[in-house]
Each structure stands twice: as structure tokens, then as C-alpha cells.
Design a protein around this ligand. Structure first.
Ligand code: ADP
Ligand code: MG
Length: 347
């Protein structure tokens, strides 16, 4: 379907994109995830044809789109601010693009009604957009993007402007609507929770390059490097050096760790590595492996678990545990060797 190959882009001699490549398959929603300013919107503009890259290409079913103008690409766009016409009604907003194409009135009427039904807004068709709630406006914006039957839908931080409660509700709605529509979609966000909820696949952008491109499960289970781990909220990171490979042991400031999850590719003895201690790694059972002294700094009840913050040596870590622990106490903990990922430092 869509294939983006080796995009390079710079602004004022500053490289922004440094070889960005990824694909989108039929019916798939990918989330392009990266910090604010990382170049996500620029990638969408290049795909839409609004902006040209310094080098690199965009293909649709193996056809290079270099000479295909914006309106012939048949890609739909939904923006953060929705860009609706506030003083037109719902029907007119959704019909706008179709009327621009001089399509027959009956056809437009039928198309708009069917797409409004899809987003469950047909009863609101005569309402002024300015009188709708944020969630309803979002559905109108989505209907407008879907009405011309785009072969690809691009959504640029569509929930960015909304408050948290509404965002969570709309995230679930959007995910369902995108899957039901079966149109391939690129959903851009800087919010990892949103990306995990909506994406069939996550494409992670940092410093102008795609750092990891995989399912949400894979990214969570095996983040490729420390940046990815931190970005998705896995922040228990610890520097170490490989001390032996069989068994796998790593020495750190806190002490020596035994690890069962395997060596990163090409890693060898004495290489520097980063240990990712997963949130469930901690237990207070006695063990002769990975046992350390820790001081409890904080303990927060989350509903079915507690999040405990501890200090080991001069470093702080957070874990999820099944029982409350007294703040201030010194405890003996063990770190499960199966719940530690070894990451390679790429710097
Ligand atoms: P994101 O969507 O990830 O927040 P953008 O693609 O909007 O990032 O922009 C990334 C950076 O590129 C911005 O911080 C800005 O400095 C620069 N940039 C984007 N568009 C232009 C432009 N037309 N002219 C100059 N610089 C630009
Ligand atoms: Mg942007």
C-alpha cells in the first residue's frame, strides 16, 4: 500500500529527517510516535504532497507519487483543530469537499448521510458545528475526512486539544471507527498511551530516524534501546558492563546481576550495556540471585497493586508490588532475572 522510503528533510541547514522509511498495509492503523518537534507533521505533509523532501520517495502500490499532485493522491487528512467551519452545519461541513468536486447533488446527499451514520452523527446533520461538544466535532471532522473515500487517512494529533477524560473516551471510539472503516491510517501523536491504544503498529521517531517499528506488544516487551524504554514509560534503567556471558552476568553500581533474557545482538564480554528492570521484577522473597538492600521512598496504592519507589545505592527505581510496604523501611529485595532486558547503548 503506502511505502515511504529514505526521506531526508532539512530546515535552515538543520537536518530534521535523516532517512525515514516505513510502510502501511491495507486496513492497518500505524501510530507515528515522537516528541514534539521531531518531524511527525512534516512526514505527513510530505506524504500528502504539500511539501517536498530533499531526497527520498513516497510510493502507493509501487507507484512513485513524486509527480502526483496533492488532490490526485486521494489521501484524507484530519487535524488537531479539526479546521471545521463553525458557522456551517454538520451536513455542510461534511459535504464541503464533495461539493468542491462538482459531484451530483443526490450523490453528495447520499454519501454524506452514509458517512454521518458511520460516525453516529446523522441526527445532528442540521446542527451548527459551533453548538457541538468536542467529541461530536471530532466525529464530524472524521466524517469529513472519510466522505471522499480516501485510500489513506492521516490523523495529526487529533485528540491533542482535548481534556483527559474526553480524550480517553474518544481514543476508544477512534480506534473502533478506524478499524471498522478498514482504510489504512497513519495516526500521529506524541502521547504514548494514545499510540498504544490506537496503533496496530508503532513507528517510533527520534532524531530524524525510525528507532523501532513493531507491534505495541513487541515494543513493550523488547524495547530496542534506552531511549525507547524511557519514551514508553519504562524508566528503571541502570548502566552496567557484561562480566560473563555464560551464565550472563552484568556488573553495576548496585552490584552484580544475573540475567536470563539473553544477550543483545553482537554484544560481547566487557561491553557497556543498559539494564532495564521491568515494573514487575521486584519481589521480597528470599533468593540467592540478584538480592539487594533497598530503602523504601514511597508507596502508592493503585487499586490492585502498589507502586513502590525505592533507592538502591544512589539510584531510584519504581516497581509494582502486590502488597503495601512501609515508607522509610529498609528491605531486602530480589530482582527476577527473567524480568530484566539488556539494552545496548547506541551512543
Ligand atoms: P512535530 O509534528 O513532530 O511536532 P514538525 O514536523 O511540525 O514536528 O516540525 C519539526 C520541526 O521542523 C519544528 O520544530 C520546526 O522547527 C521545523 N519546521 C517545520 N516546518 C518548518 C518550516 N516550514 N520552516 C522552517 N522550519 C520548519
Ligand atoms: Mg505536529
Amino acid at each position: 500500500m503506502l511505502s515511504v522510503k529514505n526521506l531526508h528533510k532539512e530546515y535552515e541547514n538543520q537536518p530534521l529527517l535523516r532517512g525515514v522509511s516505513f510502510d502501511v498495509q491495507q486496513g492497518e492503523t500505524i501510530c507515528l510516535l515522537g516528541r514534539s518537534g521531531s518531524g511527525k507533521s512534516t512526514i505527513l505533509r510530505i506524504i500528502a504532497g504539500i511539501e517536498a523532501p530533499e531526497s527520498g520517495d513516497v510510493f502507493w502500490n509501487n507507484q512513485n507519487l513524486k509527480d502526483v499532485p496533492v488532490h490526485k493522491r486521494k489521501f484524507g487528512f484530519m487535524f488537531q483543530d479539526y479546521a471545521l467551519f463553525p458557522h456551517k452545519n454538520v451536513f455542510e461541513n461534511v459535504a464541503f469537499g464533495l461539493k468542491m468536486q462538482n459531484l451530483p447533488v443526490d450523490f453528495v446527499e447520499e454519501k454524506v448521510n452514509s458517512v454521518l451514520a458511520k460516525v453516529k452523527m446523522q441526527e445532528f446533520r442540521h446542527r451548527q458545528v459551533a453548538d457541538l461538544s468536542g467529541g461530536e466535532q471530532q466525529r464530524v471532522a472524521l466524517a469529513r475526512a472519510l466522505a471522499p473515500e480516501p485510500r489513506l487517512l492521516m490523523l495529526d494529533e487529533p485528540l491533542g486539544a482535548l481534556d483527559r477524560n474526553l480524550r480517553e473516551k474518544l481514543m476508544d471510539e477512534l480506534r473502533l471507527l478506524l478499524h471498522e472503516s478498514n482504510i489504512p491510517a497513519i495516526y500521529v501523536t506524541h502521547d504514548q498511551e494514545e499510540a498504544f491504544t490506537i496503533g496496530d503498529r508503532l513507528v517510533l521517531l527520534n532524531e530524524g530516524q525510525i528507532i523501532q517499528n513493531a507491534s505495541p506488544e513487541d515494543i513493550y516487551q523488547t524495547p530496542k534501546n534506552a531511549w525507547v524504554a524511557q519514551f514508553i514509560g519504562l524508566s528503571n534503567l541502570l548502566e552496567g558492563v557484561i562480566q560473563s556471558t555464560q551464565p550472563l552476568m552484568v556488573s553495576t553500581r548496585i552490584g552484580d546481576f544475573t540475567i536470563n533474557t539473553g544477550l543483545p545482538q553482537n554484544a560481547k564480554l566487557e561491553d557497556p550495556v543498559i539494564l532495564l528492570l521491568r515494573p514487575d521484577a521486584l519481589s521480597m522473597t528470599d533468593s540467592n540471585l540478584n538480592q539487594f538492600q533497598a530503602q523504601v521512598l514511597d508507596d502508592v496504592f493503585l487499586g490492585n497493586q502498589w507502586r513502590v519507589k525505592i533507592r538502591m545505592s544512589d539510584l531510584e527505581f519504581s516497581f509494582l508490588v502486590d502488597q503495601p510496604i512501609r515508607i522509610g523501611s529498609m528491605i531486602k529485595i530480589s530482582i527476577d532475572p527473567n524480568q530484566i532486558n539488556l539494552l545496548q547503548d547506541e551512543k
